[in-house]
Design a protein around this ligand. Structure first.
Ligand SMILES: Nc1ncnc2c1ncn2[C@@H]1O[C@H](COP(=O)(O)OP(=O)(O)OP(=O)(O)O)[C@@H](O)[C@H]1O
Length: 264
């Protein structure tokens, strides 16, 4: 195993992966992955199922060690989870079914050691910001799928972590809700200057939300291309009728199709 050297990080990178190979025993999930994420950037990872997108997120979050290469956050090699700095929203939201929306958000603060008297106010504020200020006492079973997604997002936002790792957080939603919740999330993240790495299967979502899109090939995932998104912020739904948006999603789609044909 190659130990992480001090990563030759681009000077302006907050997150930096260098020649990273990730494996589960004999299964190589991703190979020679190199990319950077700058502070305040929103970067999406797209690619075919099983190409190692979630594994790359886990490596950034310190939940999976690189077998080869280095993963660094703020110039320091990642050696384990850093909950104060990095928070997650996973595909399966893992809300506690027996706790109200408010308590589900408060629990993140409890884990972070925030004093009880501060927790409620901060959790309420996070729920208000995702538009759930009037349903804070409802249990998850009394919320729609989209509302549950928002609770999970509020829970990730409530912490002071400056990096947010989002693994298909809107997977259960229809395309329209995905984009509107996504746009709302981006507004909040812009205000707070958070840095985001986002895994999605939706090319429209990747194009609409990101500053850059990392396109991965089939397992073991390698990086096919990193594409700059030439769209200004703030972004509005009308953008999706813009030819530049269509060119971009066409290009992403062509890259993914190329890949599947090259490996079939
Ligand atoms: N805990 C694990 N143990 C063994 N193999 C795993 C484990 N997690 C993932 N893998 C394998 O690693 C490869 C990459 O998985 P990963 O979840 O990173 O892909 P992905 O691109 O996020 O997939 P999807 O788009 O389907 O969510 C897959 O072949 C998967 O089967």
């Amino acid at each position: 195993m190659t130990m992480a050297l001090d990563a030759p990080t681009a000077t302006d990178a907050l997150i930096s992966l260098r020649d990273v190979t990730l494996a589960y025993g004999d299964v190589v999930a991703a190979k020679d992955i190199t990319f950077d994420v700058r502070p305040g950037e929103f970067v999406s990872l797209i690619g075919p199922s099983g190409c190692g997108k979630s594994s790359a997120l886990r490596a950034i979050g310190g939940l999976l060690d690189a077998n080869v290469g280095s993963v660094a956050v703020d110039g320091t090699t990642v050696t384990g989870p850093r909950p104060q700095e990095i928070s997650y929203v996973f595909q399966d939201l893992a809300l506690y079914p027996w706790r109200s929306a408010l308590r589900n958000v408060e629990i993140a603060l409890q884990f972070a050691g925030v004093p009880r008297r501060e927790r409620k106010e901060r959790a309420m504020d996070a729920l208000r910001r995702v538009g759930l200020g009037d349903v804070t006492e409802r249990m998850p079973s009394q919320l729609s799928g989209g509302m549950r997604q928002r609770v999970a997002i509020a829970r990730a936002l409530v912490s002071d972590a400056r990096i947010l790792l989002l693994d298909e957080p809107f997977a259960a939603l229809d395309e329209q809700s995905r984009l509107s919740i996504g746009a709302q999330l981006v507004r909040i993240l812009e205000e707070e200057g958070k840095t985001v790495v986002f895994v999605t299967h939706s090319l429209a979502e990747a194009a609409f939300l990101s500053d850059r899109v990392v396109v991965m090939g089939p397992r073991p995932g390698v990086i096919r291309e990193v594409i700059d998104v030439p769209l200004e912020r703030p972004r509005h739904a009308s953008l999706m009728r813009d030819p530049v948006f269509h060119d971009l999603t066409d290009r992403l789609s062509a890259l993914l199709i190329d890949d599947s044909q090259a490996h079939s």
